[in-house]
Write a protein that binds this ligand. Structure first.
Ligand code: ADP
Ligand code: MG
Length: 327
């Protein structure tokens, strides 16, 4: 039986902007507006969607880096709302992160040994300088770096190698789940494939769960077990990867997938591609948030917000199409 490691229920994250001096009107950014999902031990849930849909904000709240405006997050059965800093530290030992830009998350003046040793020391995983160095060396080799990487600085490595350093640091304290926020998005195609394969290997070896945040649909199709499609702070569709890619239920999912080149030109996934820009999350459209860009929108979509509901097995979608009007 699978066990839910991360559970996110009705998560809302609003950011107040403006107001105060100069009489600017106070407004609210609806970054995340009621999102629920679970991640089981050992599985990869991908969160996809255009830039600005709230993916990174979900990651931030899951990591405990920002408090939710409403809703609950729990990890390993521990609800963040019920715990103090000491317990949160215990959660964070098992819940690690790899960001897109490794430079933003490592001190350029620290040697690789110290960068990877930091979580081992912070979380008191092992004691003793030489024992820690031995562990760091093992981790570096495990992620495909030479052992002599220990005494070098981040700038001496390529982008892909720096992501390997970040992965080693995430593994160091014994992570059960790693939030990967656009972790491979900035890498060249061949390097990207290597890092993706490394993550898959590590997942198989350690039973790691991944919350894989990405706008890169091709990578998500390769990596994810399940996929959540976000649009303007909401999940439009969530389900098993194979079902979702073979038969996308939501017009937004179809539009996202149609933007991805497929190797066989005879296989055209696409119907309509996405037109127009993402509306402002300060004043999201009424009704279905996607209706302003949806080629299939009808009257009801402009006034009535569709709830997520089962569409066949293993999948939920929030769309009025093919739904009885009185449901
Ligand atoms: P994504 O990762 O999908 O690109 P984000 O979660 O980064 O989206 O952002 C969602 C929305 O929230 C965007 O409109 C962004 O500008 C806004 N946002 C994110 N962080 C903040 C913040 N600290 N203050 C105000 N607005 C924010
Ligand atoms: Mg982001």
């Amino acid at each position: 039986m699978s066990t839910t490691l991360l559970d996110v229920r009705d998560l809302v994250k609003h950011y107040p902007v403006g107001g105060g001096l100069f009489g600017r009107r106070a407004e609210t950014v609806h970054a995340v507006d009621g999102v629920s999902f679970g991640v089981d031990a050992g599985e990869t849930l991908a969160i996809v969607g255009e830039s600005g849909c709230g993916k990174s904000t979900v990651g931030k709240v899951v990591l405990g880096l920002a408090p939710p405006t409403a809703g609950r997050v729990s990890f390993g059965g521990t609800d963040y709302a019920d715990i103090g800093a000491a317990d949160m530290k215990r959660v964070r030992r098992r819940l690690q992160v790899v960001f897109q830009d490794p430079f933003s998350s490592m001190n350029p003046r620290m040697k690789v040994r110290d960068i990877v040793a930091e979580p081992l020391e912070n979380f008191g995983v092992i004691d003793g300088r030489s024992a820690i160095t031995d562990r760091v060396r093992d981790l570096l080799v495990r992620v495909g770096l030479p052992a002599d990487a220990l005494n070098r600085f981040p700038h001496e490595f390529s982008g892909g190698q720096r992501q390997r350093i970040c992965i080693a640091r995430a593994l160091a304290p014994g992570a059960d789940l790693i939030v990967c926020d656009e972790a491979v998005s900035a890498l060249d195609v061949s390097v990207k494939a290597q890092i993706v394969n490394l993550l898959l290997d590590l997942q198989a070896e350690y039973g790691l769960a991944l919350l894989f945040i990405s706008h890169d649909i091709a990578v998500v199709e390769h990596m994810a077990h399940r996929v959540a499609v976000m649009y303007l702070g909401k999940i439009m569709e969530i389900g098993d990867r194979d079902v979702l890619f073979a038969q996308p239920a939501h017009p937004y999912t179809r539009a996202l997938l149609s933007a991805v080149p497929v190797p066989d030109p005879a296989v055209r996934r696409g119907r309509a591609a996405l037109a127009g820009d993402l509306p402002s999350p300060i004043d999201p459209p009424r009704g279905c948030r996607f209706h302003t860009r949806c080629p299939l929108a009808f009257d009801r979509c402009r006034v009535d917000e569709p709830a997520l509901r089962a569409v066949g097995s293993g999948r939920l979608a929030a769309c009025h199409l093919d739904q009885p009007a009185d449901a």
